[in-house]
Design a protein around this ligand. Structure first.
Ligand SMILES: *Cc1c(COP(=O)(O)O)cnc(C)c1O
Length: 463
């Protein structure tokens, strides 16, 4: 119960920004299964990972014991340019829905990249620079991650090559220009600059590319270039660690007003914003200190948690990354071309997957036309034009608030508003023109994806 009238926006001071990230693994009852090196079928060692990732990120990736990991001043300084982010009480949405529920959202779209991804981009670019590297590589799909990393690379003085899924680079030419403006080099993927890209071009001439393929190219470029490493924007444990800044700030802001959420909702692509938003609250839940309901929302057209298999799979479609134990649709899965709403990754963060497997969170799959209904309703009353990805969380927050109304229950809802939708206007156009369609894959469609999960000893019984 709030003790003071909650303002529309709860701002924290810069000094209230977290000084350490929160590592939820310190309290997980079951650690997720280790990465497996596909060449040896043994758990990955730090040395296996060193050619690909920065040393500090590897240490964080494998850290299962430290509850807090300090945020270096160099990263906090960059954070000051766009954090703390506001926590907003959705008074106008509550009024429109005529719900007894209190709705809060943490807005991460107040920076040029337009999403939460800058939280981890900042950390990873900083560590690359500290290690004395000169360049980094990555992939980007919709472009938010490429933009975020381009901003961070520019800030810390690193060269960046971004492999951008070819259809996105064609559909979002302005996103590409933002990335280039920050000094990064954009290469449409598949490209002929890597072995992986050339193979895919030969097998599928004219393909528009995929995130998995772009990852393969970026990793190959990193391991074949001196003083260069690869940077990933989601899925991995260290990315969720960096994103815990979202949950920590939310908790500090809500505690100022004596508010504890009953339900926390986030959208899920690779699971990083959701994992970060819930982290400190989930840590308490794992210690028996709260009974919060955690809800992850995914597109019905890319339903990795709700319909995927919990198995070891490659993180990319060219099968060059280590194997991760996660909920997956198969590394060869591609969402239907009419899917406009983002969140198209075939797998899911191993941390989120394990927590789901152990029953600590619920997953909901929603169809894109309903997601855009929610986006438009939200834009009209709260003013912010939400990213389609974020709108998955809005959809379920609205549904939960309407359920409260029906049942006459007052609940406190917190959801993550991960970003803005200015570069997603082609999707909004489809919606406004009435040409947006929903596509839910059949079991037969999914079976084709599942067939691409490696049939190896570690998957015995899982497939
Ligand atoms: C990338 C992105 C997501 C999904 O990624 P996660 O790693 O699951 O958080 C969600 N919202 C926005 C705006 C994004 O850019």
């Amino acid at each position: 119960m709030a003790t003071k009238q909650v303002p529309y926006k709860i701002y924290l001071s810069e000094e209230e920004m977290p000084k350490a990230w929160y590592n939820v693994k310190a309290h997980m009852k079951t650690e997720h299964a280790p990465f497996i090196n596909p060449a040896t079928m043994q758990p990955c060692t730090k040395d296996d990972l060193r050619p690909v990732f920065c040393d500090e990120c590897i240490d964080q990736e494998l850290n299962e014991t430290d509850e807090y990991i300090g945020i270096p001043d160099g990263i906090r300084d960059f954070y000051r340019t766009f954090r703390p982010s506001p926590l907003i009480r959705a008074y106008f949405l509550e009024k429109l829905l005529d719900t007894p529920a209190e709705i809060y959202y943490k807005f991460e779209g107040n920076n040029t990249s337009g999403s939460h991804k800058l939280n981890s981009a900042a950390a990873q670019a900083y560590y690359a620079k500290q290690q004395g590297l000169t360049s980094i590589t990555t992939e980007t799909g919709a472009g938010q991650w490429g933009t975020a990393l381009a901003m961070a690379a520019a800030f810390f003085g690193l060269h960046l090559d971004v492999y951008m899924v070819k259809v996105s680079s064609e559909q979002k030419p302005y996103r590409k220009e933002v990335i280039r403006t920050y000094g990064a080099n954009v290469i449409p993927s598949p490209s002929d600059t890597t072995e992986a890209g050339r193979k895919i071009l030969a097998a599928f001439p004219g393909t528009g590319g995929s995130l998995g393929c772009a990852i393969s190219e970026a990793v190959e470029k990193a391991v074949t270039t001196p003083d260069c490493r690869y940077v990933l924007g989601s899925v991995l444990d260290h990315v969720l660690l960096h994103q815990s800044v979202i949950g920590l700030e939310s908790k500090t802001a809500l505690e100022k007003y004596g508010v504890t959420p009953d339900i926390i909702i986030g959208c899920m692509g690779g699971g990083s914003n959701f994992g970060g938003l819930i982290a400190p609250y989930m840590g308490e839940r794992l210690q028996g200190k709260n009974n919060i309901e955690f809800v992850g929302v995914e597109p019905a057209s890319c339903p990795s948690l709700t319909r995927g298999k919990f198995a070891y799979d490659f993180c990319d479609s060219a099968k060059i990354t280590p194997l991760a134990k996660m909920y997956t649709l198969g590394c060869g899965f591609m969402p239907s071309p009419n899917h406009a709403g983002g969140l198209r990754y075939h797998g899911m963060s191993p941390i989120v997957s394990q927590l789901y497997h152990d029953g600590y969170l619920r997953a909901v799959a929603v169809e894109q036309s309903k997601v855009f209904d929610a986006a438009v309703m939200f834009a009209k009353c709260e003013g912010i034009l939400p990213a389609p990805e974020s709108s998955h969380a809005i959809r379920v927050a609205i549904d939960e608030a309407l359920k409260c109304k029906e049942e006459g229950k007052k609940k406190t809802i917190l959801f993550g508003l991960t970003g803005t939708g200015y570069f997603d206007l082609a999707a909004y156009k489809q919606y406004n023109d009435g040409t947006m369609t929903d596509y839910v894959p059949t079991d037969a469609d999914l079976a084709k994806g599942f067939a691409t999960i490696p049939d190896c000893p570690v998957n015995k019984g899982a497939l």
